[in-house]
Write a protein that binds this ligand. Sequence first.
Ligand code: C2E
Ligand code: CA
Ligand code: CA
Length: 431
Amino acid sequence: MKSNKTTIHLEPLHPGTSGFYSDLRNLEPGCSHGAFLRFGIDGLKVINTHYGIEYGNMILRKTADCISNHLLPTQQLHHILGDEYIVTDYQSDDVAAAIQLYRRVSHAIEEINIANNYEAMFTISCGIILRRDIEHFSYSNVMNLTEFSLDEAKKRGRNQYYLFEKQDYEKFLRKNALTQELRQSINHNFEGFEAYFQPLIQTKDQKIYGAEALMRYHSSQFGDVSPTEFIPILEETNMIIPAGRWILDRAAAACRDFQTLIPDFKISINLSYVQVLKSYVGSDVIRTVQKYGISPDSLTIELTESGLLETDSHLKKMWTYLKKEGISLALDDFGTGYSNFAYLATLRPDTIKIDREFTCRALHNSYEYQLLALCSSMAHYLRLSICIEGVETAEELSAVRKLSPDYIQGYFFGRPCDYDTFFNTYIKAAV
Ligand code: C2E
Ligand code: CA
Ligand code: CA
């Protein structure tokens, strides 16, 4: 590899007329050739903290050397900020050449780590974008798109490159816009949020036993958004704490209303691990039950294991407190995780809910059917109730009934629906 001692242009914090900024401005307007590689050192902050700024600076210099030593004649290196560099190539669209540069740099850094006996080990990530993929060509857009690409490489586990894909960027923009809209909705009294209810059926007489409250979001920009998309956003941003309080309130209010016609009606709500770990959700639950004057055993808290550690003392405390107060607890999505049995032992739930995925697999595979049958027997042996979720057809129902679950939930008996529909279809009809 040729040793190309290219000068490194330090970019001014506010773009001036030199270096990367002026390079971009001087590009021919019609030109669509070229590529940008944004390199970022992984975990430099930690190295600065543990080994000092001097050491960190030495790593910055070595990284710059590694990159510049491997540049092709058409490539230029710019130091953009802190631990980030941009390599520009205004002539070639050759993705393979861009990837090769990343691989060579990454390999050279690995050699530095080996020579250092892996002390203060560091790696490098890189976002690659072709000039032709940048629709509105401007300094700020190049900065945004290269930053996005580098962030993607880091999000995917660092020490790797990411090649820009338009769909990924569109997803990212949608997520940002949705996050913003969710925030505004919460600030405007949960505008666009709605509580839906799905019937829970008791197997012995196929009568309605209660409902699971499920959050819905009607976005003004995107229409109805699936909970599998917006719940993770609420969790990442902690907005699930106010939103979770809101649905708890709506669910308890609905339960009180439904109990006027079906006195022992039960309502289930889902709790996110974020609520458990970062808020006093136990007291919220008790306060809400008292506010609506419903008995604590009318309410079931459903918890999935995702994101939780069974040893977490917060969770155990909340679980114990709610149990003592008479709230029922269900372990949701049983059969999908990897520590279900640990949870059974430490949390001692009242009910386990078998995930639709597990149910479906069991209906198509005799080994898994046996497994599900054993889960069901075990649950009954431990005096736990079992609820099978996701029953869609009469055939599924008859196969599932052989496992003698206590409760069944699924489209066969009813899809989640709004308050009025639920009241008219299931509550009035039951009396
Ligand atoms: P989940 O708690 O397992 O809820 C059951 C999901 O299965 C619901 O999806 C329901 O509509 C769907 N479902 C029920 N029966 C059937 C069926 O027969 N076939 C099929 N294909 N699906 C069925 P939904 O409403 O889209 O919610 C998805 C997930 O989002 C929920 O899974 C839960 O994890 C989360 N979620 C929904 N509402 C809330 C909430 O208020 N708080 C929290 N923390 N999570 C929620
Ligand atoms: Ca659930
Ligand atoms: Ca579930």
